[in-house]
Design a protein around this ligand. Structure first.
Ligand code: SAM
Length: 294
């Protein structure tokens, strides 16, 4: 029986055997610590009935750990050179399917419907390519896929931004966008030394647990995210300045100030102090004003 893929020795052997060279532009930093991998998989609370989706299996280090627990695993890998390597390393795991595709271009919904059993418990478990972390996560969240939980490795700084609450420096439109769809928590941080090659940034494991309902009720989701983004355009500016600059439909600053004050929201506050509920409140009032002025 071969040693686990993620041991430094076996990883080195596999890479040498296939003459593989890392592509920095594809965010290729492979994990070489079986303990960290096992911890990532445990964080997803998989059962033997679970299905797993992985983005970027690399040579299969994490895929192998998921495959040991889950009923089936679906992995999307963009790099053609890794496909024959995965065929080799995944040969003991026939319940793993690798799709050679850019996850951002994939029709994930259809792939899920075709590969997993109806109603199957599904988790995303992945060590993400850091150059596209946010687009990947937002695509998976916005598509409202039937996924219970996402356990992903990403840059520590991005994990903190996603999980941040009001009042913290890391809190921003990304925190609200992600937390609208899921409960977010940074579970543990990971040193650079568990990767080959070592990345320039620190890493963390983020757990996103899908919400069955959004935590706030908004009249129009697109408009809600617009309000949030507009509020954070210039972090140091007041809410009033940012909103009045963005929403030209109002008669002027005093008009915006009056509306905010009526809602009991001090116009001089900065966006980073507002809760998601307060953004929802602004969204719903602004929505009516903007739409009646059209
Ligand atoms: N899962 C492996 C591990 O933990 O050792 C590799 C993780 S590595 C950080 C990221 C992987 O994502 C690489 O294999 C890379 O080729 C792949 N990748 C990069 N961009 C991708 C994309 N847009 N769609 C799918 N895979 C991608």
């Amino acid at each position: 029986m071969n040693k686990e893929i993620a041991t430094p020795k076996r990883t080195k052997e596999i890479l040498a055997q296939h003459g593989f060279s890392f592509k920095k532009s594809l965010g290729q930093n492979f994990l070489i610590d079986p303990n960290v991998l096992a911890k990532i998989v445990r964080t997803a609370n998989l059962s033997e009935e679970s299905g797993v989706i992985e983005i970027g299996p690399g040579i299969g280090a994490l895929t192998e750990q998921s495959a040991k627990v889950a009923e089936r695993v679906l992995a999307f890998e963009i790099d053609r050179r890794l496909i024959p390597i995965l065929e080799d390393t995944m040969s003991p795991y026939p319940h793993v399917k690798v799709i050679h595709q850019d996850i951002l271009k994939a029709d994930v919904e259809t792939e899920i419907a075709e590969f997993f059993k109806e109603g199957q418990d599904i988790a995303v478990v992945a060590n993400l390519p850091y150059y596209v972390t946010t687009p990947i996560l937002m695509k998976l969240l916005e598509n409202r896929l039937p996924v219970r939980v996402m356990v992903v490795m990403l840059q520590k700084e991005v994990a903190e931004r996603i999980a941040a609450g009001p009042g913290s420096k890391a809190y921003g439109s990304l925190s609200i966008a992600a937390q609208y769809y899921a409960e977010a928590e940074t579970v543990f941080t990971v040193p650079k030394t568990v990767f080959v090659p070592q990345p320039n940034v620190d890493s963390a494991i983020l757990r996103l647990t899908r919400r069955s309902e959004p935590p706030v009720q908004v009249k129009d989701e697109l408009f809600f995210f617009k309000v949030v983004q507009a509020s954070f355009v210039q972090r140091r500016k007041t809410l009033l300045n940012n909103l009045a600059t963005y929403f030209q439909e109002f008669k002027g600053k005093s008009d915006v100030a009056e509306i905010l004050t009526k809602m009991d929201i001090d116009p001089k506050r900065r966006a980073e102090s507002l809760s998601m509920e307060e953004f929802a409140q602004i969204c719903n009032v602004f929505h009516d004003v903007v739409n009646t002025s059209k």
